[in-house]
Design a protein around this ligand. Sequence first.
Ligand code: CTP
Ligand code: CA
Ligand code: CA
Length: 685
Amino acid sequence: MSSSSPRNSFRDTSPAGAPGRRRSRFTHRHLAQMASYNTTCPLRVVAHIDLDCFYAQAEMVRLGIPEDQPLAVQQWQGLIAVNYPARDFGIGRHCTVTEAKKLCPKLISQHVATWREGDVKWAYRPDAAANITTDKVSLDPYRLESRRILAVIRDHLPSHLQKVEKAGIDEVFVDLSAHVHAILLERFPELASPPPYDDPAEQLPMPPVSVLDWQADALVDLDEEHTEFDDPDWDDVAILIGSEIARSVRTAIRDKLRYTCAAGIAKNKMLSKLGSAHKKPNQQTVIRNRAIRHFLSGFKFTKIRNLGGKLGDEISQAFKTEQVGELAAVPVEQLKRKLGDDTGTWVYNTIRGIDLSEVNARTQLKSMLSAKSFRPDINSIDQATKWLRIFAADIFSRLVEEGVLENKRRPRAINLHHRQGGQTRSRQNAIPQGRQLDEETLFDLAKTLLNQISLDGHVWPCSNLSLSVGGFEEGITGNMGIGAFLIKGEEAQALKASSRASVAGDASDALHPAGKRRRIDDDGGGGGGGGGGIQRFFTRKQPSVGLGVDVRNNGGERLGNPPSLGTEMVSDGMMDSAHELSRGQSNRHRTPITDYMCRRCDASLDSSEAFQSHEDWHFAKDLQEEERVTPTFANLQSAAAASSGRTGLPKTGPAGTSAAGAASSSKRAGRPKKTERGQSKLNFG
Ligand code: CTP
Ligand code: CA
Ligand code: CA
């Protein structure tokens, strides 16, 4: 997009020569931090973009179905995506096809594509739903669309000013800070001049505008103590520019590929994600810094990412509330005492909308998995081999997408999981390097692993098989020297396990380097003063003792499905290995759920919500790890203070629940009444 196109978003209605305006709350240093994506920068702008009912839209686009036609995507007898016209009939993912058709007889229910034994490619088959025993779901069509969408987003943003993180099959985070910074300097040339006395701590002049023309579909209301009469500061201007960019990205996706999506624009990932979920479909929500408190106070904290599940339960029991507003009144020391230092601090920050996690400009996946749960179980190596053929084809076609033929990326480890009832066996092997990887090689490797597993004896019947590859190496070329084949540090250690049973470790060791996994586990144990860290909120399932092999369960896949329903692992395909492997998808309708297991730490979760929340927790912990280098808690507070223009506890609860709250209440007194969202005369000079 052109960053210089004139906009009507800013209007200066202040009388010429209005008497000395205040300085901005932000400094030249803050402005400079934008250009380097500094996560503590109070002018930071992050967008989260999430496709509306993604799989359903993909089918509508593919089939050229009118937008108002109710449509759902079917997997066996269940629904995995429902478009918005169908949602109007009360149809959701919880419905079976039969129930959905009762609610809306004209519903189109399109079955997902499947792999079928003997076929070389996945296909959309009219009889797929009746062939759960011979077909395997393929999400390739959606992965391909996902890539096209990502490409449009990337093409649309200036290449040298973009930071895009693919966060799932249908969503991205975009750190817009550097891009917005460039636009700010163009539109407000006064910002480009050096700070007075060359002192970066000098405050910026106020924006030369007094009205911001928000076109956002949804602009979150301001906090009680702020009004639309307050002059906008540079954070408002930055977020407004971010909102323009998000809108133009959405328009590009719409124009080029016909997809609609929702977006959230705010100062960090957590808030932007809450924002995109706020108004759907095809809308965008802006959460200005001055609106954060108001926005969050309406939430139950159990609805906030990472605060569901047991951690949320424990907090609500300890503090007798589920409301963000009320929890915000609890001093940090008290949170730390009850939850441990790390968790207490983290909760304190999170409910205040503080999130310093980086947008990771990583879009490549680290592993791929193809799996099938058998209903009924399979009983022979012959049957299993037929599935391995399909898995190899499935994975290979995805590897081709990843550029394996050009040797852009290739996996170095292959892993087979086998489940018999509650017991999982697995073997892994290194993938020979130095020659072209092909489907046949994958198939042969998989067969070798299966043979090794079957040497254990008593491995039939088998209820689930899954093949995965991982340990991707970048940019190897056919002629590279030996260096290309040397494997470093923890990866080497992981691969040492090659070709032998993973007796003590998880079979995903080669995919998740040992060091990283250990770090996560250690973290859980040594979390903080209060005892045990966040990890203790999650049940650990003791591996039952098997035949001297790994008996852990396949990550995240639901156990104990009733025999009539098939379960398949489908993963986002773009997520990192941990998420990909742990994101078990399955028919999620009316099946009694007995267990979910986390591949990363073996925690056992009893519902998909708990599982999601647990995944989120890992995500948060990973981020925390990344942030060890970033400022301490005290700094966080001052960063937050800089961005909200105040210090201390935000008061989102009942009036006067904290000193800061009391102070701000008195400051509020006598303020003019709020005007319409985001609009009005702001400057009284
Ligand atoms: N998905 C799934 N099972 C889930 C969650 C998601 O199969 N439990 C798939 C859906 O089919 C969906 C895609 O992943 O199309 C993206 O998921 P999500 O963004 O959560 O939902 P959407 O269907 O896109 O709906 P929304 O408009 O609410 O984002
Ligand atoms: Ca979505
Ligand atoms: Ca999503």
